[in-house]
Design a protein around this ligand. Structure first.
Ligand code: ADP
Ligand code: MG
Length: 321
């Protein structure tokens, strides 16, 4: 199969979306954007050996490559619509491509996202996905809108993906009953699309957690020019986490572990009740972990109100060892 046969056979799928006037196969995709609509656009690259192990299950990789991008749309409160896919492959392994597509398209179909085009090149395995979504005019969950006194919330439980990674690396032993759960959190993140949409009229700021709460929340602090106070006892920990590591290590993983793809957002106290109702409809657990305070941008940890310290920091690709 040559490049064009592969694109035609594996990456050209009829979509139900009427707004795709031209999908894969021509020089550009052409999309019909509704009037009074904003476009939200985001790109993420996954590189073999950096973001995933070279032998990762291709179906999980296809899922994850799209999921981490949809997570960015969720964090903006956008409705996902279209995706493009640039694949760099060391060789044409049709069984691998088939599995990759199975994982990718299963998630794409779930959210009614159409693959509208992409690129294929030969080289070390790397996947770049660009997603586009829509927002009603005047909406969008920026990092810069948090206010003094707002509650800080997160969805799901934190640190499980990092726990999964440490398990795979053989650094932490997870008991048999919890192994599938942590592996799933690590390989199959679920973008919190419905939560993002529900927050559009309530949250003052939001982002998705890719590098750990402590580091990611610092972005909201800087953008909003406020201080965040996190009570570590309120960090949501899974049963698997509590059964596998000490309390201190669990808090550290929850605060610094990457790849959770949960949402972190701030909501004024006034909307607390409304938030409960809105998120109950999404079926996603969420927790209040702290509040925004005035002061120099920083993320301050407290334990029963007393200052608390963790050892490591969040992941930074360019940090010197
Ligand atoms: P060009 O030479 O104009 O860049 P390409 O040969 O890269 O075109 O791609 C031909 C067509 O196939 C384009 O419409 C492109 O969007 C589509 N395409 C290429 N790779 C992929 C992919 N991995 N998934 C979906 N569509 C793809
Ligand atoms: Mg091209």
């Amino acid at each position: 199969m040559n490049e064009f046969d592969i694109i035609k056979h594996y990456f050209t799928k009829a979509s139900h979306r009427k707004d795709v006037l031209m999908g894969p196969g021509d020089d550009c995709a052409i999309l019909q954007v509704p009037a009074n609509t904003l476009l939200a656009v985001s790109t993420d690259t996954l590189v073999s050996g950096v973001h995933f192990f070279a032998d990762m299950d291709p179906a999980a990789l296809g899922h994850k490559a799209l999921a981490v991008n949809l997570s960015d749309l969720a964090a903006m409160g956008a409705d996902p619509c279209w995706v493009s896919l640039a694949l760099t492959l060391p060789e044409v392994d049709q069984a691998w491509i088939k599995q990759f597509c199975a994982g990718f398209f299963e998630l794409a179909e779930y959210y009614n996202v159409a693959l509208i085009g992409g690129d294929m090149t030969k080289g070390p395995l790397s996947i770049t996905v660009t997603v586009q979504g829509t927002l009603p005019e005047g909406k969008g969950l920026m990092r810069s809108g948090a206010g003094v006194g707002d509650g800080i919330y997160v969805t799901g439980t934190l640190g499980d993906a990092a726990l999964g990674l440490q398990q795979v690396l053989g650094n932490i032993a997870v008991s048999a009953e919890h192994q599938e759960f942590v592996r799933n959190k690590f390989e199959h993140p679920h973008p919190r699309i419905l939560v993002g949409q529900a927050l559009r009229d309530m949250a003052t700021s939001a982002l998705d957690l890719s590098d750990g709460l402590a580091g990611d929340l610092a972005h909201i602090c800087r953008a909003s020019n406020l201080r965040a106070q996190i009570e570590v006892k309120q960090l949501p920990l899974s049963e698997a986490m509590q059964a596998s590591v000490s309390q201190e290590r669990a808090w550290e993983l929850a605060l610094t572990g990457g790849d959770d793809y949960e949402l972190c957002f701030t909501v004024p106290e006034l909307y607390r009740g409304q938030l409960e109702t809105a998120l109950a409809h999404c079926g996603v657990k969420f927790s209040r972990v702290g509040r925004m305070l005035s002061g120099e941008p920083s993320v301050d940890l407290v334990h029963d109100g007393q200052p608390y310290q963790i050892v490591s920091q969040s992941w930074d690709h360019f940090r010197k060892a």
